[in-house]
Ligand binder design. Structure first.
Ligand code: E4P
Length: 217
């Protein structure tokens, strides 16, 4: 499973990127607003750092303006994936941009039917939001499973990009189900390293290091 990092904070992307943990980046208007940066400038800087797909989202609601925005974003770098919402206008934009050879990430997906439409429109990525479904007591992981089944039934090439990931367990759950990509905030990726038994085991080893005066350097 590929790891994308869900942030527009360059220092946080760089830290994970230097460890080989970043296969791509996703941003959205809320993350850009949080960064306080100009969308075109910060997106360019992310693309200069990361070789894999960098999702940058359109902000228009109608297809003509979305298309113009998408073409402008795609000119930033070859690894831009234009992010469009899962609306009819977003699907129209997806089809045109995909036909032009531009990667498209269709976002705000909450149903298997929406994912089926995105695949038909040639999306490179579909982004089902599992955390936001869990927030309203629906099953986000079940949606990933359903999309996996549908895409595999018909050989759709659209990659399932599990989004709105809130916990480290979401990451391993998505990997078990067969999501192609999971995008998570840096803190969630770092939290994957934590285990209470690791902490406990290390504390025991350190006590023995102290007791025996073990030194290596
Ligand atoms: C990524 O593409 C999404 O925009 C992001 O994962 C949304 O996450 P949230 O539901 O925590 O805002």
């Amino acid at each position: 499973m590929k790891f994308f990092v869900d942030t527009a904070e360059l220092d946080q992307i760089k830290e994970l990127h230097d460890l080989g943990m970043v296969d791509g980046v996703t941003t959205n208007p809320s993350l850009i607003a949080k960064s306080g940066r100009d969308i075109l400038e910060v997106t360019k800087e992310i693309c200069d750092l990361v070789k894999g797909p960098v999702s940058a989202e359109v902000v228009a609601l109608d297809a003509d303006t979305m298309l113009a925005e998408g073409r402008k974003l795609a000119k930033i770098a070859d690894n831009i994936a234009v992010k469009v919402p899962l609306t009819w206008a977003g699907l129209q934009t997806c089809k045109t941009l995909s036909d032009e050879g531009i990667m498209v990430n269709v976002t705000l997906c909450f149903s298997a039917n929406q994912a089926l439409l995105a695949a038909k429109a040639g999306a490179t990525f579909i982004s089902p939001f599992i955390g936001r479904l869990d927030d309203i007591n629906l099953d986000g992981l079940e949606l990933i499973e359903d999309i996996r089944t549908i895409y595999d039934n018909y050989g759709f090439k659209t990659q399932i990009l599990a989004a709105s990931i809130r916990t480290a367990n979401h990451m391993s759950d998505c990997a078990k189900i067969g999501a192609d990509v999971a995008t998570a905030p840096p803190a969630v990726i770092k939290a994957m390293a934590n285990h209470i038994l690791t902490d406990k085991g290390l504390a025991g080893f350190m006590a023995d290091v102290e007791k025996a005066g073990i030194k290596i350097l």
